[in-house]
Write a protein that binds this ligand. Structure first.
Ligand SMILES: Nc1ncnc2c1ncn2[C@@H]1O[C@H](COP(=O)(O)OP(=O)(O)O)[C@@H](O)[C@H]1O
Ligand SMILES: N[C@@H](CCOP(=O)(O)O)C(=O)O
Length: 312
């Protein structure tokens, strides 16, 4: 096999109460990466589209090549490869953009090398790419982008990933106001210490959210979508955030929160109709503020990154 293309989806990290330890994958939106064997040594990013000319071509800085290099280092081989990135995700949006590039690159390169790794084993390589993109090797975007569904990172050392069930009917609305927030900047505004009281509240909510997913209990999910760790500092960077939350609750959505480090806001709904209504309500809120908005409606994507094309 000489050339492989893979797609990896956008993701919602944190899901309110799961800072750095929970994320889920979205349908359709994502990045596509083609990887080709090359006779010349090293990894070369040869084309990038859809990024407005903003992303780096240097192999040490692009998350596609950083992730593949980590994989090759583990295998102890020096296979040369050319990489083409088709960026489908907006940058600095909170939808796991750097993660989707790395996830697609890894799934393609793994296929090119006849699958030496399982999908789960690819996650640590993608985490190295996150370290380069935002300074922290967090897995709550890369794990769901590769594996699909809701993924819990029970521990980082050693990495312990748990795929969680997805209740039937659960829908997500992603509201992307036209602002750019860098993950590293949004991490720098976070408090370094939290109180015992906040730690108790956050633990109760993450346990409640995970129980709600297992029990398909929408009301329990709704009560648990609360974040006292990251949201209080980050919501200040997103105009309309709290007004939107009130309007969303009024239409019967389960709740809303910051997607990853923002500015995108995610809304979880028990069905598609409410998910669509959530988009309409948000257009009003952001229209009043004078901010452009993109709305995406999706079920939870339970499959994650996949191969699109292989050429012998
Ligand atoms: N393929 C890529 N290679 C290198 N940097 C990337 C790539 N894709 C996105 N980035 C950059 O990584 C940084 C962090 O992005 P990311 O963590 O994905 O933010 P978000 O998920 O909020 O869009 C951003 O500055 C973004 O431009
Ligand atoms: N847990 C991370 C998630 C960052 O997600 P992104 O999509 O904004 O990169 C954090 O909260 O910093």
């Amino acid at each position: 096999m000489k050339k492989v293309t893979a797609f990896a989806p956008a993701t919602v990290a944190n899901v309110s109460c799961g800072f750095d330890i929970l994320g889920f994958a979205i349908d359709e939106l994502g990045d596509q990466v083609t990887v080709m064997r090359s006779d010349s040594p090293g990894l070369k990013v040869t084309a990038i589209s859809g990024d407005g000319g903003k992303l780096p071509y240097e192999a040490e800085r692009n998350t596609c090549s950083v992730a593949i290099q980590a994989m090759l280092d583990q295998l102890g081989i020096a296979q040369g490869m050319e990489i083409i990135l088709e960026k489908g995700l907006p940058l600095g949006s909170g939808m796991g953009s750097s993660a989707a590039s790395a996830a697609a690159a890894l799934v393609a390169a793994n296929a090119l090398l006849n699958e030496p790794f399982t999908k789960k084993e690819l996650v640590p390589f993608a985490m190295e790419a996150e370290r380069v993109a935002c300074g922290a090797a967090h897995a709550d975007n890369v794990a769901p982008s590769i594996l699909g569904g809701f993924v819990l990172i029970r521990d980082y050392q050693p990495l312990d990933l748990v795929k969680l069930p997805v209740p039937a009917g659960l829908h997500c609305t992603l509201l992307h106001p036209h602002l750019e927030l860098n993950t590293s900047d949004s991490r720098s505004v976070l408090r370094k210490q939290i109180s015992l009281k906040d730690s108790t509240i956050q633990s109760g909510n993450i346990a409640g959210l995970i129980s709600g997913l297992f029990l398909s209990d929408f009301q329990l999910i709704s009560r648990s979508l609360r974040d006292v760790v990251a949201e209080p500092s980050r919501a200040l960077l997103i105009p309309g955030f709290y007004e939107l939350r009130e309007n969303i609750k009024a239409i019967g959505a389960l709740g809303s929160g910051i997607s990853g480090s923002g500015p995108t806001i995610f809304v979880l709904s028990p069905d598609k109709e409410i998910a669509i209504m959530a988009g309409k309500v948000s257009e009003d809120v952001f229209g009043k503020i004078g901010l452009g908005l993109d709305v995406y409606i999706s079920e939870i994507n339970n499959n994650g990154a996949y191969l699109k094309e292989e050429k012998i």
